[in-house]
Design a protein around this ligand. Structure first.
Ligand SMILES: [Zn+2]
Length: 398
């Protein structure tokens, strides 16, 4: 009730004013003596409906009150703001049919200024968007943008729509327009759009087009780590392990958080290229700067394979002391319990305990909206931000 009150009061005041104006117009258009009785009958009927609306309002039946007021209140330059507020109130309450009806009703009026009509068009487009009528919203926002009406808002909404619909070429076009309008850079986002296109071409088996899209992504933003990961995956498929190593390490140099994403593939590429010793050097350098759990575990596995189980245990223990995490402890316990010679039943219990903690470990978290999960997303499914899903750090993470 509270949110209706200001709008309904404004509407009822508009109606009262409308009744007065209607009566004066009636009298001025007709013979005073003969029209007086008719005008009184007309205003009497309208007045009855007006008071019925007020009664609904007082009885806390705003939906019925609104129905009556909408029938009574003409959209005029004097009442258009109130009608716009009413439509927006419907939208905020999620009553989209009413919001759309209200804003369409405003647009139909011929007495309004271009500015008032454009405002109503923008609100109607927002209604369509909120109602999930994306085709209609797209059409209306495109018209507004083409006529340079609320251009920035219209383009921003179009950008959101095209991302929702995975229309990446259209999203690139609109992002470029937004850059011109706002003077802000959308290059990082555009690079991701090209990476999305590259993924689509990859699924369709069009390798040349994948490379073309990745070139475009690089042109938009060479610091987009994702494009280098996609180049590495392509090189791996082609059997070019050396190139894959170069691309993967470039991605990690650009963005530290990429390591856990690519580590298995990177070690595999080193192995395929016959350069496993370099993998150990790479991880040793990495751990000289960072403490990532995934890097420690991979370094431990390589040390066990290339050197000895004792060296691997020493490495894991030192890293565990430097920055304790459940993942590192699990790797150390696994390595120790794998050794047939150990005689500490308690280690098995700790091993089971650390395994049971897996379900509490969240792999990734969006730094914008906080969404957690075990899957990495380049495009957050919750807040729709790009490249904001990062590995969780701390005792239960990296
Ligand atoms: Zn998010």
């Amino acid at each position: 009730m509270n949110d209706w009150l200001p709008v309904l009061l404004a509407l009822s005041a508009g109606i009262a004013l409308g009744l007065l104006i209607a009566q004066r117009r009636w009298l001025s258009r007709n013979d005073q003596s003969s029209a007086l009785a008719d005008s009184e009958q007309l205003s009497g009927n309208l007045g009855n409906r007006y008071f019925r609306g007020i009664n609904y309002l007082l009885n806390e039946q705003p939906d019925k009150a609104l129905e009556v007021f909408l029938q009574l209140a003409e959209v005029t330059p004097e009442t258009v703001e109130t009608h716009l507020s009413l439509g927006n109130l419907f939208r905020r309450r999620g009553e989209m049919d009413n919001a759309i009806r209200c804003h369409q009703n405003i647009i139909k009026q011929t007495e309004l200024s271009a500015e008032e009509r454009n405002h109503a068009l923008l609100e109607l487009a927002e209604d369509y968007l909120r109602a999930g009528l994306l085709d209609r919203a797209e059409e209306l926002f495109s018209t507004l943008a083409a006529q340079e009406i609320s251009t920035q808002t219209a383009l921003q909404r179009l950008l959101n729509i095209f991302q929702q619909e995975h229309e990446w070429q259209s999203a690139i076009r609109v992002a470029q327009q937004l850059q011109r309008v706002t003077g802000e850079s959308y290059q990082e986002m555009i690079a991701h759009f090209y990476c999305e296109l590259a993924s689509e071409q990859h699924q369709s088996g069009r390798r040349d087009d994948v490379l073309e899209m990745l070139d475009q992504a690089e042109q938009a933003d060479p610091q987009c780590a994702r494009l280098w990961i996609q180049r590495a995956q392509l090189a791996t498929e082609k059997g070019d392990a050396d190139a894959a190593i170069g691309y993967y390490t470039k991605a990690c140099a650009i963005d530290q958080d990429c390591l856990s994403l690519v580590l298995d593939a990177l070690i595999s590429a080193y192995r395929q290229a016959g350069r496993l010793a370099e993998a150990e050097t790479f991880l040793a350098d990495w751990l000289g700067h960072y403490t990532d759990t995934s890097a420690v575990i991979a370094a431990g596995e390589l040390a066990r394979e290339q050197q000895s189980a004792g060296n691997a245990r020493t490495l894991l223990l030192n890293e565990l002391k430097r920055m304790p995490t459940v993942g590192k402890m699990r790797a150390l316990l696994q390595l120790t319990t794998d050794d047939d010679e150990h005689d500490f039943p308690l280690l098995d219990v700790f091993g089971q305990l650390s395994n049971s903690l897996r379900e509490y470990e969240n792999g990734y978290q969006c730094r914008v909206c906080g969404l957690e999960g075990h899957t990495h997303h380049w495009h957050c499914p919750s807040c729709r931000s790009w490249n904001t899903t990062l590995p969780v750090r701390g005792i239960l993470g990296e």
